[in-house]
Design a binder for this molecule. Structure first.
Ligand SMILES: Nc1ncnc2c1ncn2[C@@H]1O[C@H](COP(=O)(O)OP(=O)(O)OP(=O)(O)O)[C@@H](O)[C@H]1O
Ligand SMILES: [Mg+2]
Length: 163
């Protein structure tokens, strides 16, 4: 089987601007593997997750929970089957399009050395007002208001100075 290089941006993207608006995830016959010469890590998963539905995925170590997440971001590509998010087959998207539209909240947060603002909005896409609103929704507004430099507070790597 020939390997195809994944596109970063698709030249002719028809992705709706707000995609994904609902957040329905439909996996059909999904198989994932880490390398061509390895066994499947995920074998034939079919699941339909509705908008707003919260789903817990449980399984013993090595069952494939983390692999499923990597499949959503196409860090590992589907060997067979498809993942549709709001009806869009994610295999048809550029990696940048896909990864800039969905997010993961990991168990251990990642903070880079730099200002708090840079960590909140690394591509400078939002106003200070929007940054403060995000902090308010996260119940962090009073914490950040109490920092000497507020949004410009310098974070050390891993947020060591913010504990
Ligand atoms: N980087 C990798 N390269 C090759 N195989 C991998 C890699 N990471 C995981 N696997 C394999 O994929 C399968 C699923 O592993 P995965 O890490 O998704 O399990 P998990 O359910 O997240 O386990 P845990 O509960 O330990 O986090 C296992 O057989 C594992 O050996
Ligand atoms: Mg895991």
């Amino acid at each position: 089987m020939a390997l195809r290089k994944a596109e970063w941006e698709q030249e002719t993207s028809s992705l709706p601007p707000g995609w994904p608006t609902e957040g329905c995830i439909d996996m059909r016959g999904l198989c994932l593997r880490y390398r061509q010469d390895l066994d499947l890590a995920i074998r034939n998963i079919t699941i339909n997750i509705s908008s707003g539905e919260k789903v817990g995925i449980v399984g013993r170590t090595g069952a494939g929970k983390s692999s499923l997440m990597l499949g959503l971001f196409r860090i590992i590509e589907a060997a067979e089957g498809h993942i549709f998010i709001d009806g869009v087959d994610i295999a048809q998207l550029g990696l940048h399009e896909l990864r800039s539209r969905i997010t993961i909240i990991p168990q251990d947060p990642v903070l880079f050395s730099g200002s708090l603002r840079m960590n909140l909005d690394p591509f400078d896409n939002y106003s200070d007002e929007e940054a403060w609103r995000a902090l308010e929704y996260s119940h962090l507004k009073s914490f950040v208001s109490g920092l000497p430099d507020k949004l410009n507070q310098e974070c050390s790597e891993g947020g060591e100075n913010l504990r």
